[in-house]
Each structure stands twice: as C-alpha cells, then as structure tokens.
Design a protein around this ligand. Structure first.
Ligand code: IP8
Length: 255
C-alpha cells in the first residue's frame, strides 16, 4: 500500500474571511475519509493550511517579510502560532480515535520555501502523520518567516519513499479551470505547458495561493504517479482517486 500525502487547504477547512473560524463539518468529513484510507492499509501524511487562523494576522504583523527593523512583531508571532495550534488541535481531534504523530514545523524546521532545512525522517514511522503551514525560525537577517504547507507537500511527497498519491484538497473549486467565470470548464488533465485560470488574493494570502500550489504539484508529478488538485468538499472523490485512479478533479502530469 502506497503512502498518501494530502493537503487540506486552509480555504477548505476555515472561512478565510473571518478570523479563526473553522469549517468543522468539512474537517470531520476529511477526517472520516482518512480513517477509511487508513483502514485500507495506507500510511498517510496530512499537511493542513492556515486559512483564517494564519494569513490574516501574519499579514497584519508582516510576518512573511521577516524581522522588520523598528516593528515589534513578537506578539504577532505568538498569536499566529497559538492560532495555528488551535486549528491543528481541531484537526487532531477530528481524527480520534486514530493515533496520530503531530509535527509542528516550528519544532524541526529552519527557513522557508522549498529548500527549508529540517529532517523529515520523523515522518517515516508507519501510521498517520500531521503537519501544517507555520511561523518558523529563519537565519539572520530574516529571523523568522512563513513556511507554506505547499512547500511541506513538495518535500514530503518527493523525499519520503513509496508515495503513490499527492492530493491537494481545495475549497471552492472542482480543480483547475479554463476560466474564472461561469464559462470556465474543469481541466481534467493538466501539465505545466497548459494555461489555466487562477486568482491569488495577495491582500489576504501571505503565501502563494493557487499559483504556488500548482507549481509544487507540477514538481511533485515528476516523482509521484497520482498528483491531484480537487474539491475537498467531496471527500468521496479522494477515495475514488485511490481506489479507481480517476475522479472529478485535475490530475497533474509531467509535461
Ligand atoms: O496556508 C501558511 O500556510 P499555507 C501558514 O499552507 C501561515 O500556505 C501561518 C500563514
């Protein structure tokens, strides 16, 4: 049984427009889906995003820019970290009675982006692992920064052995679309030479939004057979990907 690495997007598990508001029902459906996959014998890594538990305050305190001279950002770091703990605990609780191994990036990662330093061997033990986008320490002069869950997806999907699936469960879209308006159609199979329509709300997101996700999914597709961007509100589609190899969503393949 292959290892499944999945992202629970922040826009899926929280209401992005309202500070620290969790979408509890969606979290529970995703957790029930993970329970099924675990019963099937898969090892699973869950990476969850931040949504309104991370991005709103990170932007307010400019945490994505690192240490800014003359600005006291300590309160912001502490607030975002404790808000992320709160979201993380909701995710862990939803998986009860499964026992899970939780890895807070601030405890083992230095620096941000795809080349962050951190030993991911801790994800090798059989079972279910959980981690998330976080405020991590960085080398000087930045001192700290925001590590996106999408960069964790990249490293975990490409460096852990036996990864059969990397699934990005998103909110509000069935996958990649040809255009954002009502004439937009789902792109069932996508590679990086093909156009797609995406909107990144830079005023909300401190990480790269859909463009970061798509870029990371493309790199992962060079290593992993099943890479998908799909609507995480339909968790039966995750099961279909794993059991049947196809579903409603966008499969990302190498060019
Ligand atoms: O939502 C961002 O992680 P992402 C983490 O996975 C924070 O990009 C704390 C804003």
């Amino acid at each position: 049984m292959g290892r499944i690495v999945m992202k629970w997007g922040g826009g899926l598990i929280s209401d992005k427009s309202s500070l620290c508001s969790a979408e509890n029902e969606r979290i529970q459906h995703l957790a029930d889906c993970v329970k099924r996959l675990s019963e099937m014998g898969h090892d699973i890594v869950i990476v969850h995003g931040a949504g309104s538990f991370g991005h709103i305050r990170a932007r307010e305190y400019r945490l994505d820019e690192g240490n800014i001279n003359g600005l006291d950002q300590t309160e912001g770091i502490n607030l975002v970290r404790s808000d992320m703990d709160q979201l993380h605990n909701l995710v862990i609780k939803s998986l009860h009675p499964l026992s899970v191994m939780s890895h807070r990036p601030r405890d083992f990662v230095i620096n941000t982006g795809p080349d962050f330093q951190g030993n991911i061997e801790r994800f090798l033990l059989p079972g279910i692992h959980i981690t998330f986008g976080d405020v991590v320490d960085c080398d000087e002069p930045l001192d700290f920064g925001i590590l996106s869950g999408d960069d964790l997806m990249l490293r975990l999907s490409t460096e852990l052995p036996d990864v059969s699936h990397a699934i990005f469960a998103m909110g509000g879209t069935p996958g990649l679309m040809t255009s954002a308006d009502s004439s937009g159609e789902l792109i069932p199979l996508w590679n990086k030479n093909m156009p797609f329509s995406g909107h990144h709300s830079e005023d909300v997101d401190v990480t790269g939004g859909i463009f970061l996700k798509v870029n990371r999914a493309d790199v992962i597709s060079q290593y992993v057979e099943h890479v998908w961007l799909m609507d995480g509100e339909h968790t039966s589609r995750i099961i279909e990907i794993v059991e049947q190899g196809h579903t409603v969503g966008t499969r990302v393949v190498t060019a």
